[in-house]
Design a protein around this ligand. Structure first.
Ligand code: PRX
Length: 678
C-alpha cells in the first residue's frame, strides 16, 4: 500500500452530495470590489459594497454572516436552526445547532462530482519524491469499515500515533466518517506522553505504524506504542500499518492493517462506508496542548463550526483558488496539520501536500526542490525552519524553480524581521506576499493575518496585521480595563465567539472556564500579549504565561519542571524560555540539588536531559542546566521567574524591584553561575 511511487490520492466518485462548489473569483483592485465576486457566500448581503464593509458586517452582524457562509460552504444533511448559542462568561459555545452533516463527506464525497480528477493528497515522503496510496475516499471508507467491524462506535475516541502520511489522513477522516473522535498524538512524543494522552482520552483503539522514517532515521513507533499501552488499561486494540518493510512483533492486541500481511484486513473492507449523520456540536477531535500549569489539556473541537472555519480561513488568508496545490509542511500531530494539511484544504477540494521529512534532509534545498517538483502555489511553514535555512545561504533556494509560488505563510511563533525579509525576498523572489498568521490550538484556525479580506492590502513585516472575518480582538491592561486607543499593548482577548473556537477541555470544563474565560470576564483570553499600532494593526508580543515555544512547539515550563523534579537528586527546579536564534526559544533549567548529594554536574545534566526526552519529547529537553544553591524567591516562597528570565537574557539592568526577595544574595549567586547561551 505504501510502495507505488509517482501516483497520488485522488478524490473519487460516489453517490453523496451533488453540490457544485462555487468557484472563487479573484478580483484585484480595492475600489472596484464586488463582494459577491470576492466572496460568493456573501452574495446575499445587499448594500454591502466593499470588503471593508463585509468585514465590518462579519463582526457587527456575525450571526447573519456565519449563517450565510455555513449554508454556502458546507453540505448539510439537515440544515441548522440556530446559528449560535454562546455565552463567553460561562464558556458556553455552540454553533449551528439542529444541523446535521458528516465532515468526511464534506471533505471527500462532494468534490468527486466537481473535480474527480483533482489530486487530493500528494505525499512527499522522507525518502524524497512523491508517492501515493489508493484513492482517498476508498481508503477512508476501508479504514472506517475496519474500525466499525472491530467495534469502534460513534462517540468513541481513537488515538492516532502516526507520521504524516495518507493512511494517517484516511484514519482521521475515517473516524469522522463513523462518528468517532480522533486524538492525534504527535509521533515525536515519548511513550509516557502518549500514554498520558491515551488515558485522558480513554481511548480503547490506537492506530500506528511499524516504524516511522524522518530525516533518514528509523523511529520505532510501534515499540513506543507497546510501552505506552502497558499503562493504558482502556486500550483493547492497536491497528498497525507498515511504513517500512521491517516486521515488528505483533501481540494479541495488535491488528495488521496492510494487505501485505496475512490478515489482509484493509483489503477485506468494502470501499463504501455509510457516513454517520453527525450533529454540528458532536466532537470531531481532541488535541492535547500545553498550558502554564498542570498536565496537557485535551482541547475539544466539534464538527461544523471547526470545519467551516478551517475551510474559510484556508481560502481567504492564503488566497487559495480552485486547482492550486497547497503545501503546508506542518506535522499532522499539531493543530496546523489538522486545519491546514487536512480539514481546511480538503473541505475546499484542494490538492494538499503531506510532508513527512525535515527542511534539511537530505539537504537544505528540500523545501524548494519540493516546491518545484510538486508545483506548489501556497507554502506554509514555521519561522524556526526559515531561520535555519537562511543560515545555509540563498544558493539552496535559487537552485530551484519557485515560479508557481503565490503566497508564503508563517505560523506558530513570531517571525523576526530578518527571517521575514529573507522569506519574502529570496524564497518569494520579492513578489509573493508573506502572511504571518496568528492563531492557536484553541482558536481552531487563523484569527489574525495580513490579508484575510483583501489580496492587495499593505503588509508590515513581522506583523500579523488584521483580524479575520468575524473576529473581534481587543487588548486589555493589567487592571482589566479595555484599551480602546491605538499604539498600545495589552493582553490579547477576543470579544465575541467564532465557529472555530474550542468548545471545552476534555473532562475538565472547569479548567476551560478558568483558563480562558475567568481572567477577563466576558472575553476569551488567548494567553498572548499584543501590540496594536497607530494604524490598528496587530503584532503578537509573546506569551503572558509560563508557556514557551520551542521550534514552534508549545510546552509548559511546569511540565518540564515536573519531570526534572522526579529525579531523586533534585530538590527543586525552575525552567524558563530564552531567546534562541534558530528555535525561537530555548529551554534553560535552574536546578537545586538536595543537601548532601554528590554527583558530577555533567552526568546529572545528561540524566536530566534523558528524563525529559523520555517523559515528554526531545524538543523539550533543556539546552542549559544551571545548578544553583537556591532560587530567588519572594518572602511568601514564590520563585521569582521574572528575575531568572532577566538573568538568562543578560538584562541585569532590567532586574526591576527586588525588595520583595527573601534573600537578595540568591540573585547574585544565580548571576555568577550563568551558563553562556549566546
Ligand atoms: O504564542 C502564540 C504562538 O503559538 C501559540 C499557539 O501555539 P499552538 O496552540 O501550538 O498553535 C501553534 C499553531 C497555530 C500562540 O498562543 N503563535 C502562533 N502563531 C504565532 C504565534 N506567535 C507569534 N506570531 C504568530 N504568527
Amino acid at each position: 500500500m505504501w510502495l507505488p511511487c509517482g501516483c497520488t490520492s485522488k478524490y473519487v466518485a460516489s453517490s453523496f452530495a451533488r453540490r457544485i462548489l462555487a468557484s472563487h473569483l479573484h478580483v484585484s483592485g480595492r475600489s472596484r470590489c464586488n463582494v459577491a465576486a470576492f466572496m460568493p457566500e456573501a452574495a446575499g448581503f445587499e448594500g454591502v459594497s466593499g470588503r471593508a464593509a463585509l468585514r465590518e458586517l462579519s463582526v457587527s452582524n456575525s450571526e447573519s454572516f456565519w449563517a450565510a457562509v455555513a449554508r454556502h460552504r458546507l453540505s448539510w444533511s439537515i440544515p441548522f436552526h440556530t446559528v449560535q448559542d454562546c455565552d463567553l462568561s460561562r464558556g458556553k459555545i455552540k454553533w449551528f445547532e439542529g444541523g446535521k452533516l458528516n465532515v468526511s463527506v464534506n471533505c471527500l464525497d462532494r468534490h468527486v462530482h466537481t473535480c474527480p480528477e483533482r489530486v487530493a493528497l500528494i505525499w512527499e515522503r522522507d525518502e524524497r519524491g512523491w508517492c501515493c496510496t489508493d484513492e482517498l475516499l476508498e481508503m477512508t471508507c476501508r479504514v472506517g469499515n475496519l474500525l466499525r467491524r472491530h467495534g469502534v462506535k460513534r462517540g468513541d475516541c481513537v488515538t492516532i500515533y502516526m507520521p504524516t502520511c495518507p493512511l494517517a489522513v484516511a484514519s482521521m477522516l475515517a473516524c469522522a466518517r463513523i462518528g468517532a473522535a480522533h486524538n492525534v498524538v504527535f509521533a515525536g512524543f515519548s511513550a509516557d506522553a502518549l500514554a498520558e494522552r491515551i488515558r485522558d482520552a480513554q481511548s480503547s483503539t490506537v492506530i500506528t505504524v511499524n516504524q516511522g522514517v524522518r530525516g533518514g532515521k528509523v523511529i520505532e513507533l510501534k515499540k513506543t506504542v507497546d510501552t505506552a499501552v502497558e499503562s493504558c488499561p482502556t486500550v483493547k486494540q492497536v491497528f498497525v500499518a507498515m511504513r517500512t518493510d521491517n516486521p515488528v512483533t505483533m501481540t494479541a492486541r495488535d491488528i495488521a492493517m496492510e494487505e501485505v500481511r496475512e490478515q489482509k484486513e484493509m483489503l477485506k473492507e468494502d470501499v463504501v462506508c455509510e457516513p454517520a449523520v453527525m450533529n454540528s456540536e458532536d466532537v470531531l477531535f481532541l488535541l492535547y496542548t500545553s498550558g502554564s500549569t498542570g498536565k496537557p489539556k485535551g482541547l475539544v473541537h466539534t464538527q461544523a463550526g471547526y470545519l467551516l472555519y478551517a475551510a474559510l480561513t484556508h481560502r481567504y488568508v492564503f488566497s487559495y483558488h480552485d486547482g492550486d496545490v497547497f503545501g503546508c509542511v506542518a506535522d499532522i500531530g499539531w493543530i496546523t496539520g489538522h486545519s491546514y494539511v487536512v480539514y481546511g484544504p480538503l473541505a475546499n477540494g484542494a490538492t494538499t501536500v503531506l510532508f513527512e521529512s525535515t527542511p534539511i534532509y537530505p539537504d537544505p534545498g528540500r523545501y524548494w526542490d519540493m516546491v518545484e517538483r510538486l508545483k506548489i502555489n501556497q507554502f506554509y511553514g514555521a519561522p524556526t525552519a526559515i531561520r535555519l535555512l537562511l543560515k545555509y545561504g540563498d544558493q539552496w533556494v535559487n537552485k530551484y524553480d519557485r515560479s508557481t509560488l503565490k503566497t508564503l505563510g508563517s505560523v506558530g511563533e513570531p517571525i523576526n524581521t530578518e527571517a521575514w525579509e529573507w522569506y519574502h525576498r529570496v524564497v518569494g523572489d520579492g513578489r509573493c506576499p508573506v502572511v504571518d498568521t496568528w492563531w492557536q490550538t484553541e482558536t481552531g484556525g487563523i484569527c489574525i493575518a495580513p490579508r484575510p479580506s483583501d489580496p492587495d492590502a499593505e503588509i508590515v513585516p513581522g506583523m500579523a496585521m488584521r483580524p479575520f472575518f468575524g473576529i473581534k480582538p481587543v487588548l486589555i491592561d493589567t487592571e482589566g480595563e479595555l484599551l480602546t486607543s491605538n499604539n498600545t499593548s495589552g493582553a490579547l482577548c477576543m470579544a465575541q465567539p467564532w465557529p472555530g473556537m474550542a468548545r471545552t477541555i476534555h473532562n475538565n470544563h472547569q479548567r476551560f472556564i478558568e483558563t480562558y474565560f475567568q481572567p477577563y470576564p466576558g472575553y476569551f483570553f488567548t494567553g498572548d500579549g499584543a501590540y496594536r499600532s497607530e494604524e490598528g494593526y496587530y503584532q503578537i508580543t509573546g506569551r503572558l504565561d509560563d508557556v514557551i515555544n520551542v521550534s514552534g512547539h508549545r510546552i509548559g515550563t511546569a511540565e518540564i519542571e515536573d519531570v526534572v523534579n522526579q529525579c531523586p537528586a533534585v530538590a527543586e527546579s525552575a525552567v524558563i524560555g530564552y531567546t534562541h536564534s534558530i528555535k525561537g526559544q530555548g529551554v534553560y533549567a535552574f536546578v537545586v540539588l538536595k543537601k548532601g548529594i554528590d554527583v558530577k554536574e555533567a552526568d546529572l545534566s545528561r540524566q536530566l536531559n534523558g528524563m525529559v526526552s523520555e517523559k515528554i519529547a526531545k524538543y523539550a529537553s533543556p539546552d542549559f542546566i544551571q545548578f544553583a544553591q537556591r532560587l530567588p524567591k519572594t518572602r511568601s516562597g514564590k520563585i521569582m521567574r521574572r528575575v531568572l528570565r532577566k538573568v538568562v537574557e543578560s538584562d541585569l539592568e532590567g532586574l526591576g524591584d527586588l525588595s520583595t526577595l527573601d534573600d537578595p544574595a540568591a540573585v547574585q549567586e544565580i548571576i555568577q553561575g550563568r551558563r553562556c547561551h549566546v
